[in-house]
Design a protein around this ligand. Sequence first.
Ligand SMILES: [Zn+2]
Length: 103
Amino acid sequence: MKPLICELCSSNDFIKQDGLFRCQSCNTAYTLEEARKIMSVSIDRTGETSNLLVRAQRFLDDNNFVRAREYCEKVLDIDANNQGAMLLRKKWIIKMLSKRFKN
Ligand SMILES: [Zn+2]
Protein backbone atom coordinates (compact mmCIF):
# COMPACT_ATOMS: atom_id res chain seq x y z
CA MET A 1 0.00 0.00 0.00
CA LYS A 2 1.19 3.51 -0.83
CA PRO A 3 1.88 5.92 2.00
CA LEU A 4 -0.68 8.49 2.94
CA ILE A 5 0.68 11.98 2.32
CA CYS A 6 -0.89 14.95 4.04
CA GLU A 7 -2.36 17.38 1.51
CA LEU A 8 -1.55 20.36 3.70
CA CYS A 9 1.97 19.73 4.91
CA SER A 10 3.18 16.75 2.81
CA SER A 11 4.01 14.75 5.90
CA ASN A 12 3.48 11.00 5.83
CA ASP A 13 3.50 10.64 9.58
CA PHE A 14 -0.01 9.50 10.43
CA ILE A 15 -1.69 7.81 13.33
CA LYS A 16 -5.08 6.17 13.23
CA GLN A 17 -7.33 7.60 15.87
CA ASP A 18 -11.05 7.08 16.40
CA GLY A 19 -11.40 5.77 12.84
CA LEU A 20 -9.64 8.84 11.40
CA PHE A 21 -6.14 9.25 10.07
CA ARG A 22 -4.50 12.13 11.88
CA CYS A 23 -1.44 13.91 10.50
CA GLN A 24 1.16 14.06 13.25
CA SER A 25 2.79 17.24 12.03
CA CYS A 26 -0.18 19.54 11.32
CA ASN A 27 -2.93 17.62 13.13
CA THR A 28 -5.30 17.44 10.15
CA ALA A 29 -7.67 14.49 10.33
CA TYR A 30 -8.75 12.51 7.28
CA THR A 31 -11.64 10.12 7.05
CA LEU A 32 -11.01 6.68 5.63
CA GLU A 33 -12.58 7.76 2.35
CA GLU A 34 -10.44 10.88 2.07
CA ALA A 35 -7.35 8.88 2.94
CA ARG A 36 -8.17 6.34 0.25
CA LYS A 37 -8.59 9.11 -2.31
CA ILE A 38 -5.22 10.63 -1.44
CA MET A 39 -3.55 7.22 -1.58
CA SER A 40 -5.01 6.42 -4.98
CA VAL A 41 -3.75 9.75 -6.32
CA SER A 42 -0.29 8.91 -5.08
CA ILE A 43 -0.54 5.49 -6.75
CA ASP A 44 -1.05 7.18 -10.11
CA ARG A 45 1.95 9.41 -9.60
CA THR A 46 4.00 6.41 -8.50
CA GLY A 47 3.56 4.80 -11.91
CA GLU A 48 4.84 8.00 -13.44
CA THR A 49 7.84 8.31 -11.14
CA SER A 50 8.86 4.67 -11.52
CA ASN A 51 8.96 5.12 -15.31
CA LEU A 52 11.12 8.20 -14.96
CA LEU A 53 13.37 6.33 -12.54
CA VAL A 54 13.88 3.49 -15.01
CA ARG A 55 14.86 6.03 -17.64
CA ALA A 56 17.20 7.82 -15.25
CA GLN A 57 18.87 4.51 -14.38
CA ARG A 58 19.35 3.69 -18.08
CA PHE A 59 20.96 7.04 -18.76
CA LEU A 60 23.22 6.47 -15.79
CA ASP A 61 24.17 3.03 -17.13
CA ASP A 62 25.08 4.70 -20.42
CA ASN A 63 27.16 7.29 -18.56
CA ASN A 64 24.81 9.97 -19.77
CA PHE A 65 25.06 12.00 -16.57
CA VAL A 66 23.24 15.08 -17.77
CA ARG A 67 20.14 13.15 -18.80
CA ALA A 68 20.32 10.85 -15.77
CA ARG A 69 20.29 13.85 -13.50
CA GLU A 70 17.49 15.50 -15.46
CA TYR A 71 15.24 12.47 -15.02
CA CYS A 72 16.21 12.09 -11.41
CA GLU A 73 15.18 15.70 -10.79
CA LYS A 74 11.89 15.12 -12.60
CA VAL A 75 11.08 12.33 -10.15
CA LEU A 76 12.00 14.54 -7.21
CA ASP A 77 9.79 17.33 -8.57
CA ILE A 78 6.85 14.95 -8.38
CA ASP A 79 7.87 13.28 -5.16
CA ALA A 80 10.54 15.09 -3.15
CA ASN A 81 10.98 12.13 -0.82
CA ASN A 82 11.23 9.47 -3.50
CA GLN A 83 13.64 6.88 -2.09
CA GLY A 84 14.54 5.50 -5.51
CA ALA A 85 15.45 8.92 -6.84
CA MET A 86 17.50 9.76 -3.78
CA LEU A 87 19.37 6.48 -4.11
CA LEU A 88 19.91 7.08 -7.81
CA ARG A 89 21.22 10.55 -7.10
CA LYS A 90 23.78 9.04 -4.70
CA LYS A 91 24.81 6.51 -7.36
CA TRP A 92 25.03 9.35 -9.83
CA ILE A 93 27.39 11.32 -7.57
CA ILE A 94 29.55 8.25 -6.86
CA LYS A 95 29.77 7.43 -10.54
CA MET A 96 30.59 11.01 -11.47
CA LEU A 97 33.34 11.18 -8.84
CA SER A 98 34.89 7.84 -9.73
CA LYS A 99 34.89 8.80 -13.41
CA ARG A 100 36.56 12.08 -12.58
CA PHE A 101 39.29 10.27 -10.61
CA LYS A 102 39.97 7.89 -13.46
CA ASN A 103 40.45 10.71 -15.95
ZN1 LIG B 1 -0.24 17.48 7.73
